[in-house]
Design a protein around this ligand. Structure first.
Ligand code: THU
Length: 163
């Protein structure tokens, strides 16, 4: 039997002012984009804004539904849009943030759910470039993850279908 360990490094900033200007602008755009969330049920308004290798930025939000499981997270709304509008353009960085109108507390980073990690990972593999993630609340610490694969070790991928 062999034992393996898995670890990864990520950055923790005490405050968004520590971000470089380009990243701070992306996070700012994500914060502004949360107003477009349709989240009347959870009142948890999420935005994901991507900076692409072609210089474009494109954003998306969570879209809920009275039939709760039909709702879709901001990250997967973003990937569907990206893949349709800018197919095959690698993504450099995605800033993800939220405003929690249910509690009024949005002061720590939230990270993508399991479904979104799976979708983000395949997008990263498809476009062949690690996607950086900037995770932040309205205030407080900011996390920088250098690649989606760090968030989903042992993720299922196209190769698994080949057996
Ligand atoms: N949500 C996202 O948009 N992204 C995530 O990674 C986690 C959760 C949304 C789904 C739902 O509309 C609301 O946040 C509360 O779970």
């Amino acid at each position: 039997m062999a034992k393996h360990t898995h670890q990864f490094e990520f950055e923790v900033l005490d405050h968004e002012v520590e971000l470089n200007e380009q990243d701070r602008n992306l996070l700012q755009k994500a914060k502004e984009t949360t107003v477009h969330a349709y989240a009347p049920y959870s009142r948890f308004h999420v935005a994901a804004v991507a900076r692409l290798d072609n210089g474009e930025t494109i954003g998306a939000t969570n879209q809920e539904n009275a039939s709760y499981p039909v709702g879709i997270c901001a990250e997967r709304t973003l990937l569907g849009t990206l893949s349709s509008v800018y197919p095959n353009i690698p993504v450099d960085t995605i800033a993800i943030t939220y405003t929690n109108h249910a509690t009024g507390n949005s002061n720590s980073p939230a990270s993508p759910c399991g479904l979104c990690r799976q979708s983000l990972l395949e997008y990263e593999q498809r476009t062949g470039k690690p996607i950086r993630l900037i995770l932040a609340g309205e205030t407080g610490k900011v996390l920088i993850i250098s690649s989606v694969k760090d968030l989903l070790p042992f993720g299922f991928g196209p190769d698994d279908l080949k057996g």
